[in-house]
Design a protein around this ligand. Sequence first.
Ligand code: NDP
Length: 233
Amino acid sequence: MTKNHSGKVALVTGGNRGIGLETARQLAELGFTVLIGVRDLAKGEAAARTLDGKVVAIALDVAARDAAAHAAVEVERRFGRLDVLVNNAAIHYDPSARALKPDWTTIREAFETNVFGAWRVAVAFAPLLSTSGHGRLVNVSSEGGSLASMGAGAPAYSTSKATLNALTRILSAELRGSGVLVNSICPGWVATDMGGPGGRPVAQGAAGIVWAATLPDDGPTGGFFRDGKRLPW
Ligand code: NDP
């Protein structure tokens, strides 16, 4: 029987479409109160309506310097706790781009959102996650960030996801003993705006993230997984 998580609060960044919105839907189905962090509140509220208002949109542009700190204050004031944080928001997957023809603007933007964004959100919410006693921090990564299989192309995206994976290891170690489990999850190639047609269904991609968000207290931390199976770094 699926455990009911009612009373717990989850936040999914970049939750207004794609894998983030589906992750939010699945977490709400498990009983979580789900917040979707969005950079455009009107778009977020429209997305929440597609789930019959079962999730709540909050303003959180992860690329904006102070947004995470403000969002953490808002979440504590309105909801009083946070048990699950899914760092899902990301940009700039471009397989045709080349490291030898660097577009520095794109590379900086990718790091600002995919690395510093996730990092700032983790810092802002770590106190609430630690207070939960059973906190789960899921960094949505990609096999594109795996050094073991990295090849040509998508340099901004791949280096940012590899760095996100490093952050997973460090945060996992720094949060050890707090009850917070920190893992990187690859959703696989998924049919979204980023993944494009031909990928697997969004529900399947989100399921691996929900798995990491609902790990038991003796579950793994500091790992990299797809579909619940370990990936090489
Ligand atoms: P999409 O491009 O479909 O959606 C990205 C989401 O992130 C959108 O909701 C977007 O909001 C949001 N976002 C982007 N920048 C910001 C920001 N600064 N602040 C807040 N939200 C932001 O991506 P997917 O759903 O496909 O990807 C979700 C995650 O899965 C990403 O981390 C991605 O790297 C990872 N992934 C995806 C794969 C795939 O095949 N799809 C494969 C491997 C990993 P807005 O609508 O405002 O643009």
